[in-house]
Design a protein around this ligand. Structure first.
Ligand SMILES: C[S@@+](CC[C@H](N)C(=O)[O-])C[C@H]1O[C@@H](n2cnc3c(N)ncnc32)[C@H](O)[C@@H]1O
Ligand code: SF4
Length: 454
C-alpha cells in the first residue's frame, strides 16, 4: 500500500483508545508468559535436536557492561570501571559456549552473529579479538556471514573500529537517542553531534558497509522543535538504517529510571506527534519505514526484503535471514532453538555461578505448541510485512472480521479478498493489532512489564 506521511494524522480519540501497555513482540509468546518449566535440561535437549537440523543458524552474544548507566536504559546493563571485569566475563562466556557446544556440537554453520549489550565496545582491542575467537573456534561462519555490533559513540575509537572490521564485522549500530543538549542532560548521556559525526566517518573509513543509528522518542524535554533538529542532523549523517524506539518507561522494573523527571515526559499525544515527525522526515528523505519503528534506505537489504515480503524479525531486530536456530549466550541472553525459547539467568552472579558449576544457565522459557507457531507466524507477518494472508489466520480466533471490526471502522486495517492489510494509519497501532492474536494476554491482566503501545 502506498504511503504518504503528509496524510497520516493520528486522531486524538484513537490515541486515547489504543494507548495501553502491550508487548513489542520480539517474540511470541512474549517473555513474561514463559515459565521455569524450561530449564537447563530442556534447553540442552533442544540444542541436541538442533545439532543436525536446519539451515545455518544465528548467534547473539550479550556484553552487559557499560561505563556509566544512562537514566532511561531498559537493557540488561551493568557498570564497571575496570578492564579486568571484561576479562572475567569472557572467561565465563567461554565456559558457557563450551556447555552449548557440548550439546550442539562444534563447527555448526552460522550465517549471522550480533553482539549487543550493554556495550560491546567497552572491550579493548585485545578483548574484542579474544571474544571473537571464542566464537570462531566453535562455529563455522558461512562465507557471507553477517557480523554486527552495537557501540557507544562515547567509547568508540578508530583503532577499535579497525579491529572490528579486521575481525569481519560489517554492520555497526551507534546509540544516539537524541542530539539536543537539554534532553541529553535530562537522560544522563552527553554526546555532542561532532562526536557522532566523527564515529560515523571513522566507521565508513574503516570499511563498515552498514551504519545504524538508534534514536528514542518520548524522552524528557523533547519538543517538536528539538526533535526536528535531531532528525535533521541524523539525516545529514546519512545512516543506512535508523531505529526510532518509543521510550519504554518502566520505573517499577528499572529503578534507575526513577531519576527521570516524569513531569518532563511528553504526554501520549506529543509522543505520537514526535514519532509522526520522525516517520514524515525519514520517508521524505527516501528511507523506507520498516515494520514498527525502523527505517532503512530504500536500497538497503531490509527495505528490499520488506518490498518482497521477506522481512523477518527476531530478538536481534529486523533481519533478512530467518535463521533456523538462534543461540544466545551471555547473561540474560535469549535463544530460540528447535521450537523452544530459553532465557539465561539475568543476574550476573547467578549466571556466573551456573556456568562455573558446569550448568547451562537457562532459567525460563517456553516450548512452542502448534497453536503458538501459527500465532507467531501471523504476528511476525503483521509486524514485518504489514499483512496477513487469510489462509494463514490461526484457528481459535473466532471470526476475524468480527474480532477486528473496530480496527476496520477506525481505518487501521482493510480486508481484501485474500488478505488482511494494515493501513498507513494502522502502522502506528500494529502492536495493538498483534495483541488480538495473542492467546496469553487476557490471562496476564494488567502487567507492569510492558511499555505503552503508542
Ligand atoms: C544496548 S543499547 C546500544 C549500545 C550502547 N549501549 C549505547 O547505548 O550506545 C541498545 C539501544 O536500546 C535503546 N534503549 C535503551 N533503553 C531504552 C528504553 N528504555 N526505551 C527505548 N529504547 C531504549 C537505545 O536506543 C539504545 O541505543
Ligand atoms: S543505553 Fe547503552 S550505554 Fe546506556 S546504560 Fe543502556 S546499554 Fe549502557
Amino acid at each position: 500500500m502506498s504511503f504518504d506521511p503528509a496524510t497520516l494524522q493520528v486522531p486524538e480519540e484513537l490515541l486515547a483508545r489504543y494507548d495501553v501497555a502491550g508487548p513489542r513482540y520480539t517474540s511470541y509468546p512474549t517473555v513474561p508468559t514463559w515459565t521455569d518449566g524450561i530449564g537447563a535440561d530442556a534447553y540442552a535437549s533442544a540444542l541436541r535436536r538442533a545439532a543436525s537440523s536446519g539451515s545455518p543458524m544465528a548467534l547473539y552474544a550479550h556484553f552487559p557492561y557499560c561505563a556509566v548507566k544512562c537514566l532511561y536504559c531498559g537493557c540488561h546493563a551493568l557498570t564497571t570501571s575496570r578492564a579486568s571485569t571484561n576479562d572475567r566475563y569472557l572467561d565465563d562466556l567461554e565456559r558457557e559456549l563450551d556447555l552449548v557446544t557440548a550439546q550442539l556440537g562444534r563447527g555448526r554453520s552460522t550465517a549471522q552473529m550480533h553482539w549487543g549489550g550493554g556495550t560491546p565496545n567497552l572491550l579493548d582491542g585485545r578483548q574484542l579479538e579474544r571474544a571473537f575467537g571464542l566464537f570462531a573456534d566453535r562455529f563455522t561462519f558461512t562465507p557471507d556471514v553477517e557480523l554486527s555490533v552495537e557501540a557507544d559513540p562515547r567509547l568508540t575509537t578508530r583503532e577499535q573500529l579497525d579491529t572490528l572490521r579486521a575481525l569481519g564485522f560489517t554492520r555497526i549500530s551507534f546509540g544516539v537517542q537524541d542530539l539536543d543538549h537539554g534532553v541529553q542532560v535530562a537522560i544522563g548521556r552527553i554526546q555532542p553531534l561532532e562526536m557522532i559525526a566523527d564515529v560515523c566517518a571513522w566507521a565508513r573509513e574503516s570499511g563498515f558497509e552498514g551504519i545504524n543509528l538508534d534514536l528514542i522518542y518520548g524522552l524528557p524535554r523533547q519538543t517538536a522543535e528539538s526533535f526536528g533538529r535531531t532528525i535533521e542532523h541524523v539525516l545529514q549523517l546519512a545512516p543506512d538504517r535508523v531505529a526510532c524506539f518509543g521510550y519504554a518507561h518502566l520505573p517499577a522494573l528499572r529503578a534507575h529510571q526513577r531519576l527521570i523527571n516524569e513531569a518532563e515526559l511528553p504526554d501520549a499525544s506529543s509522543r505520537a506527534a514526535l514519532f509522526h515527525q520522525a516517520v514524515t522526515a525519514f520517508v521524505a528523505a527516501d528511507y523506507a519505514w520498516l515494520g514498527l519503528d525502523h527505517f532503512a534506505r530504500r536500497s538497503d537489504p531490509l527495505a528490499v526484503a520488506q518490498r518482497d515480503g521477506r522481512l523477518h524479525r527476531n530478538f536481534m531486530g529486523y533481519t533478512t535471514m530467518p535463521a533456523s536456530h538462534l543461540v544466545g549466550v551471555g547473561m540474560s541472553a535469549i535463544s530460540e532453538v528447535a521450537g523452544c525459547f530459553a532465557q539465561s539467568e539475568p543476574r550476573l552472579a547467578a549466571w556466573r555461578a551456573r556456568v562455573s558449576a558446569g550448568q547451562l544457565p537457562t532459567i525460563r522459557g517456553h516450548r512452542m505448541s502448534a497453536d503458538d507457531q501459527a500465532r507467531q507466524r501471523a504476528i511476525l507477518s503483521l509486524m514485518c510485512n504489514l499483512e496477513l494472508a487469510l489462509d494463514a489466520v490461526p484457528t481459535g480466533l473466532g471470526n476475524l472480521e468480527t474480532r477486528l471490526a473496530r480496527y476496520v471502522e477506525d481505518g487501521l486495517v482493510e480486508f481484501q479478498p485474500d488478505r488482511l492489510v494494515v493501513t498507513p494509519l494502522g502502522r502506528c497501532f500494529v502492536r495493538n493489532l498483534c495483541m488480538e492474536f495473542d492467546a496469553y494476554l487476557p490471562a496476564q491482566g494488567a502487567t507492569p512489564r510492558y511499555s505503552r503501545t503508542v
